[in-house]
Every structure is written in structure tokens, then in C-alpha cells.
Design a protein around this ligand. Structure first.
Ligand SMILES: [Zn+2]
Length: 137
């Protein structure tokens, strides 16, 4: 099966990686809703959260605070949303389970649907800054 995220996990496809361990990876979203928008995912391919064991889901979500701390410190965001979409009708574009961490800024609005066009230098710089600022609880 040709899955973009599996290709990123197996290094066949490039991405800006902000976190990686044996079972999870976090990357910058290539089409961010806001600056610093990142995705956390399990390395094992599951399409939806309901295809995973409770334990796997727990482990996935337990990665979120550490990564969010890095994003918040690196971006100076005022808050963040966690989003997890299942199925096309729910805005899931890539059929590989992932959790969105979307920084929010007081000075801008909060639309889900609007995406930005990024450039690689910006994503690379921000990924480095987030990695530097990551702290586990
Ligand atoms: Zn996959």
C-alpha cells in the first residue's frame, strides 16, 4: 500500500521531523493551518483510531504534551488545538492515523480549513527550534 506517512517513516519521502522514537514520529505539516502545525503518528500503519488498541491510542496521545511544549516555546503561540480526524468526511486527508497539534495565536482567527503555503527554509528553521524546545513531563 502506498501511504505518504509510511514513506516518511521509512525515509523514502522527506519531511521535517521534530520527534522520533522506536514507535512514533512527529513532523511539520507541509500545509499548516497555523505556523508550527505539526502531526504526531504511530509508525505502524493504521487508518483510523478505531483500528488501534486502547494501549496504542494511549501511547500516541501521551506523546502530545512533550511535542506541544516544544511547539509552544518555539512559536510563542498563545494556545493550541489537538485534532484527530477519522475518515474523509471528517477531513482526514492521509489515511494513516495522526494527531494534529495546531498552535493558535491571539492576533489571528481560528479557521480549520484554510491552509498556508510554506517554504522549506521556514519549515526547517522552525523544526529545529521545536526540537530544541521539547520537554517531557
Ligand atoms: Zn501509513
Amino acid at each position: 500500500m502506498d501511504c505518504l506517512f509510511c514513506n516518511i517513516i521509512s525515509k523514502k519521502q522527506d519531511a521535517y521531523v521534530i520527534f522520533e522514537d522506536d514507535s512514533h514520529i512527529a513532523i511539520m505539516d507541509k500545509y499548516p493551518i497555523q505556523k508550527g502545525h505539526s502531526l504526531v503518528m504511530p509508525k505502524i500503519h493504521h487508518e483510523k483510531i478505531i483500528d488501534m488498541s486502547d494501549d496504542e491510542v494511549g501511547k500516541l496521545f501521551s506523546m502530545v504534551p512533550t511535542i506541544a511544549r516544544g511547539i509552544m516555546a518555539a512559536t510563542g503561540a498563545d494556545g493550541f488545538n489537538i485534532g484527530q480526524n477519522n475518515g474523509r468526511s471528517a477531513n482526514q486527508i492521509i489515511p494513516h492515523v495522526h494527531v494534529h497539534i495546531i498552535p493558535r495565536y491571539n492576533k489571528v482567527g481560528n479557521l480549520w480549513t484554510r491552509r498556508m503555503i510554506t517554504n522549506d527554509t521556514d519549515l526547517d528553521d522552525l523544526a529545529k527550534k521545536i526540537r530544541k524546545n521539547m520537554k517531557s513531563g
